[in-house]
Design a binder for this molecule. Structure first.
Ligand code: SF4
Ligand code: SF4
Length: 276
């Protein structure tokens, strides 16, 4: 069994408690306008070309069996580019390959209360692999977290509940029409699943990406807070202020980027105060 993964980040401190290894699965069923990992969206491996790094030496074309005309992702050009301007994003991994990487940092997890986080993209789209790797992690005593946007059938949560210690669950905006406008899908299924998940009393951290002009309003936070009140108490609510660090990846993939400003610190502090 294999999964397509586009990045494995060791020594991460951002996706759950303690020192973590984060596994980024490729493929997503949302298209958030502010996504800082656009390479996560397509389920298939892709070529990324960083034009700003290219010095035009022509080695890639010379070595490419197709003279750069139609790429079959063989990877030869990446080996010969002196500037690292070409990169294949996404690779298939077996359970053992992923598990062995996770286990390398077991001592750090134990000393810091950390573990592994499966993220993406939407890791729950590759549910068969996800269930097996979670089981393998639990067998090895590793703390497990899932980072999800929640837009999947609830049965998938049922399948992984016994092997998952923590869910990082996004609410992007409360109004479904607006949600659809900025992510490509309405939020009914997402909120319904969150309600069911909160009823299980599992550890859940609700995370809200804070994006100016989309959801950085008091009313938005009030609606989310009121919704959460009706269905349970997450262990934590985190606001994740928008940043533009993924912008260069859009052009490397030949995609258009929608620009947003970073939220002002005083707005972030004010909106945070609604939850803490
Ligand atoms: S990955 Fe292979 S086929 Fe694609 S551009 Fe590079 S050398 Fe050519
Ligand atoms: S080998 Fe690299 S630097 Fe040279 S032309 Fe190709 S992408 Fe540009």
């Amino acid at each position: 069994m294999k999964a397509t993964i586009f990045d494995i980040e060791r020594n991460s401190y951002v996706d759950g408690p303690g020192v973590r290894t984060t596994i980024f699965f490729k493929g997503c069923n949302l298209r958030c306008a502010w996504c800082h990992n656009p390479e996560s969206q397509s389920a298939k491996p892709q070529m990324m070309f960083y034009k700003n790094k290219c010095m035009g030496c022509g080695k890639c074309k010379e070595k490419c069996p197709n003279a750069l005309e139609s790429c079959d992702l063989c990877g030869r050009c990446t080996l010969y580019c002196p500037q690292d301007a070409r990169e294949i994003c996404g690779k298939e991994y077996t359970i053992d390959e992923v598990l062995n990487t996770i286990l390398k940092d077991k001592t750090f997890y134990e000393n810091s209360g950390g573990g592994v986080t499966f993220s993406g993209g939407e890791c729950m789209l590759q549910i068969d692999f996800l269930e097996e790797i979670l089981k393998a992690c639990k067998k090895n005593g590793i703390h497990t977290a899932i980072d999800t946007a929640g837009h999947v059938p609830y049965e998938r949560f049922d399948r992984i509940l016994p092997y998952t210690d923590l869910f990082l669950y996004d609410i992007k905006c409360f109004d479904s029409e607006k949600h659809k406008q900025y992510t490509g899908v309405g939020n009914e299924l997402i909120l319904e699943n969150l309600k069911k998940m909160l009823a299980t009393r599992k550890s859940i951290w609700v995370r809200i990406p804070l994006v100016p002009t989309v959801n950085d309003m008091v009313e938005e936070m009030q609606k989310i807070k009121a919704f959460l009140k009706t269905c349970g108490t997450p262990e934590k609510i985190e606001l994740l202020p928008y940043h533009a660090m993924g912008e260069h990846k859009y052009s490397a993939l030949g995609m258009c980027v929608q620009k947003f400003d970073a939220p002002a610190l005083d707005i972030v502090a004010e909106l945070n105060s609604y939850f803490n």
